[in-house]
Design a protein around this ligand. Structure first.
Ligand code: MG
Length: 386
């Protein structure tokens, strides 16, 4: 079996670290040839100790850069667009991952996307660039990996609906009136998944599922009204596809990102023993609940943005990144995240985004407007100006 040569973008993030762990475990199938991290040069150097031959790039170092490590956005894009790679994994970095993603789209290799923000911001641009260069996009997000697995070997014309499952996050049973003032620790206490802070807060607001609806639309070319979300607290079913004959195919497994990471890095081959198997008798029961939009208003905000289209999802995504960061810094309350994102995206004008410049303009406008609203909300929270 051929060895897949892999470049990992976002190597020090949660997805990147788990990807490196998978690559180290399967040296006969996977080889790390390069890694990019955002700011932590020392952490990147530590992560690459088991991979002495891999090239290393740090985008904006905040600490001392070790010898041999390249620096800057251009070097990161050059590595992401390397013709030596069979698979480029993009994980972490939020909107910052867009430029390396577009570089990877031009390679004709496999682009494994874990950073859903890039699909939300620039889904049309990313899919069009990839298909123009013969680049295959494979999902790493667990829901989209599940859908991809359910669709393998099926006629795309026979798909009736995509069904995304959502764990419900830490506030699934919290009394509604307590959610807006929930603390940072409460929002970061995800019941099922081990993930980075940004996505964990997105799971609490359920903006994560909203971003995933948009990601699914672009990855699988399915209209928004045929993409449903259902709460499934056990996270045993990672998502499902309903076909025209009434059959529903679902994919199950323990909630462990190393499974979808390994499947994407290997280009769809199943590597032995990636994660422990799921024992159905231990799961015991599978529960499903409809979405309560009073509990998760952000999901509705994301759907409205998606349907309006153009630059609105990019602006919404940018506003969400700003608002989540402000919440994590203790500057705004939890409930303000969805309010700020709704205010920015509902008022954002719909305009076509077919170029990188247009995507970046929508992103920075959304970011700027959200920063202003964060400032107001922070003033209201503390009662002091500034
Ligand atoms: Mg997911």
């Amino acid at each position: 079996m051929p060895v897949n040569r892999v470049v990992v973008i976002g190597a020090t993030g949660s997805i990147g670290q788990q990807a490196l762990e998978v690559i180290a475990r399967f040296p006969d199938q996977l080889q790390l040839i390069g890694a990019v991290a955002g700011t932590q040069a020392a952490a990147l150097a530590r992560a690459l100790v088991p991979f002495p031959a891999a090239r290393a790039v740090i985008v904006e170092p905040r600490d001392l850069v070790p010898e041999g490590m390249a620096v800057g956005r251009e070097a990161a894009c050059e590595l992401a667009g390397s013709r030596d790679a069979d698979v480029i994994l993009v994980g972490g970095g939020g909107a910052g991952a867009l430029l390396p993603t577009l570089a990877a789209c031009g390679t004709g290799a496999v682009l494994a996307v874990a950073t859903k923000e890039v699909m939300v911001m620039a889904g049309e641009l990313v899919t069009a660039t990839a298909s123009a260069h013969g680049t295959t996009i494979l999902p790493v997000d667990s829901e989209h990996s599940a859908i991809w697995q359910c669709l393998r070997g099926e006629d795309p014309g026979s798909v009736a609906r995509l069904i995304l499952t959502a764990s419900g996050g830490p506030f699934r049973t919290t009394p509604l009136d307590q959610i807006p003032t929930a603390s940072r620790d409460q929002a970061l206490d995800h019941p099922n998944w081990r993930m980075g802070q940004k996505i964990t807060v997105d799971s609490a607001t359920m903006m994560n599922k909203g971003l995933e609806v948009i990601e699914a639309h672009f990855l699988f070319d399915i209209p928004y009204d045929l993409i449903e979300v259902v709460v499934h607290p056990q996270s045993a079913i990672h998502s499902a596809v309903e076909f025209c004959d009434g059959t529903v195919m679902a994919q199950m497994g323990i909630p462990d990102m190393r499974a979808p990471i390994a499947l994407a890095l290997s280009g769809g081959r199943r590597l032995p023993g990636v994660v422990p198997p799921l024992h159905l008798e231990e799961v015991a029961r599978l529960d499903f609940e409809p979405i309560d939009l009073r509990r998760y208003p952000a999901l509705d905000v994301a759907r409205r943005s998606a349907i309006r289209g153009g630059g609105v999802p990019a602006a919404m995504n940018a506003a969400n990144e700003v608002a989540v960061k402000a919440f994590l810094e203790g500057r705004i309350r939890f409930g303000a995240i969805s309010e700020i994102v709704a205010e920015v995206s509902d008022a954002f004008p719909v305009s076509a985004v077919t170029s990188l410049a247009e995507v970046l303009a929508a992103d920075s406008a959304g970011r700027e407007q959200a920063a202003g609203l964060v400032q107001q909300a922070a003033v209201a929270l503390t009662g002091v100006g500034g």
